[in-house]
Write a protein that binds this ligand. Structure first.
Ligand SMILES: [Zn+2]
Length: 217
């Protein structure tokens, strides 16, 4: 902790909020890394459609159909008296299916869809690797960094010219969970390789919570 206070480690601009708890005691939960990063990726896709004024009935129908193709029941609806569109909040298993199989070509042009598909597929691979005890932590660190670089692919060249290359997202779109994924997870994988990070997963607790809530209602 003294080292961090003197010289923030890579990816940090500030000293830790709770200095009395050593960083080694914050083992991240792989389930929520996946769930929350998924939410951000999905939100960025919808935001892009909204800013381009393309988040219309047609786009929603195409998303609905693509979800159906990959066996997920998913809906958009408008709350009464509001203009906002809500959508089905997916469970972990369905989110995995989207990461693995959803083809963004249904709502984006070919080149754009290719980039976004790649970002989602690579994240799915990272998610599987973080749960595996066989993966080498330093290899994982490289992979995670590459994924963040892909997420941050900058736009290049002048718009509407032949040299223009489309990019992805901005640094301000990065979330704390992404920071954890890139800058902390490899260390924890190394520290706990004997058990694997899955030993710290919140998935069983969430499952129990789900069962209890279902039984209650
Ligand atoms: Zn950090």
């Amino acid at each position: 902790m003294d080292q961090i206070k003197l010289k923030p480690s890579p990816g940090h601009v500030k000293s830790p909020l709770l200095q009395m708890i050593p960083l080694s005691h914050y083992v991240p939960d792989e389930l929520h890394i996946m769930l929350r990063i998924w939410d951000r990726l999905w939100d960025l896709v919808l935001q892009e459609l909204k800013t381009q004024n393309r988040f219309n009935d047609l786009a929603r129908a195409k998303i609905f159909a693509e979800m159906r193709r990959i066996s997920i029941s998913f809906n958009f609806w408008q709350e009464q008296g509001t203009q906002n569109w809500s959508y089905t909040s997916l469970m972990g298993e369905d989110k995995e299916k989207v990461l693995k199989n959803f083809n963004f070509r249904v709502v984006f042009a070919e080149e754009r869809a290719f980039l976004i598909n790649q970002l989602w597929r690579n994240f799915y691979e990272l998610y599987n690797n973080m749960k595996s005890q066989k993966i080498n932590p330093s290899h994982f660190a490289d992979q995670a960094k590459q994924w963040l670089d892909l997420f941050l692919t900058p736009f290049q060249g002048e718009p509407n010219t032949i040299t223009f290359k489309i990019g992805l997202y901005r640094p301000k779109d990065v979330t704390p969970y992404m920071h954890v994924l890139v800058h902390h997870l490899p260390k924890f994988m190394e520290q706990h390789q004997k058990f694997g990070l899955s030993a710290f997963s919140c998935a069983p607790v969430e499952k129990k919570n789900y069962d209890v809530v279902s039984a209650f209602f």
